[in-house]
Design a protein around this ligand. Structure first.
Ligand code: SF4
Ligand code: FES
Length: 255
């Protein structure tokens, strides 16, 4: 398909730092290729702002291929924009029309404070991971080959699906309660389903849920918005599994 060029108006959240008062500012951008990604369009805007001796818009990105989860933007009121199963870096300008006005905002959640403009601090997710999102292995040189441990195919598939979570935070941003339970459910599930993860399963789920609560995330009330907006198709089933893991660990814990 031949590339087209469109002219758009951008309404972008600008905020100097965490404590400053932010506001939406308006920019007009001409000749945007419909083949460019949403982030390339923001690069084009920043070049224009730099040429005009203005401050470029700060936004997060790294891999630009849907892997790292950094490109967290609210676009026209939806996490990662209008397409489903897509991160912002995988969104293309062909999803917009000539003359469109596009609103671009950062994730809004108490647990993800704004650092600058569209960049938020998602280190709360790192601390939840550090609280239990790992498996301890014997590194003495006599470590058992993981493939030597039989795993039922259905469990391996479900663990793999849970492990697809990229920690982008769209689930939190889109949830009216600011809940992180889809993220934590995925991280608990990817280990709970495998024999290697069972050894520390009880401590893991309790520690990760405790850290999630300490970070100020809200509770799940089963609205399901997180599942709809998750770019990796993480299922609500993972929240149910985390709840079962948590309940059974509390009941059977000897501490
Ligand atoms: S569960 Fe989905 S929306 Fe939430 S952090 Fe993981 S990939 Fe992102
Ligand atoms: S920049 Fe890595 S997922 Fe978008």
């Amino acid at each position: 398909m031949a590339s087209k060029f469109i002219n758009i108006t951008l309404k972008i959240w600008r905020q100097k730092n965490t404590n400053a008062k932010g506001a939406i500012e308006t920019y007009s951008l001409q000749q945007v290729s419909t083949d460019s990604s949403f982030l390339e369009m923001l690069d084009q805007l920043n070049e224009q702002l730099i040429n005009e001796q203005k401050e470029p818009v700060a936004f997060d990105h790294d891999c630009r291929e849907g892997i790292c989860g950094m490109c967290s933007l609210y676009i026209n009121g939806r996490a990662h924009g209008p397409e489903t199963g897509t991160t912002t870096c995988q969104l293309h300008m062909r999803s917009f029309a000539d003359g469109d006005t596009i609103y671009v905002e950062p994730w809004r959640s108490r647990a993800f404070p704004i650092v600058k403009d569209l960049v938020v601090d998602r280190s709360a997710f790192d601390r939840i991971q550090q609280a239990g999102g790992f498996v301890s292995v014997n590194t003495s040189g006599r470590t058992m080959d993981a493939n030597a441990i039989p795993v039922p195919k259905a469990d391996a598939d479900k663990a793999f699906e849970a492990a697809a979570c990229i920690g982008c935070g769209a689930c939190v941003a889109t949830c009216k309660n600011g809940s992180a339970m889809l993220f934590v459910g995925a991280k608990v599930s990817q280990y709970a389903l495998l024999p290697q993860g069972r050894v520390e399963a009880k401590e893991r789920v309790q520690n990760m849920v405790r850290q999630m609560d300490e970070e100020g995330f809200g509770n799940c009330t089963n609205t399901g918005a997180c599942e709809i907006e998750c770019p990796k198709g993480i299922s609500l089933e993972n929240i149910a599994r985390m709840n079962r893991e948590f309940l059974s660990s509390v009941i059977t814990s000897d501490k």
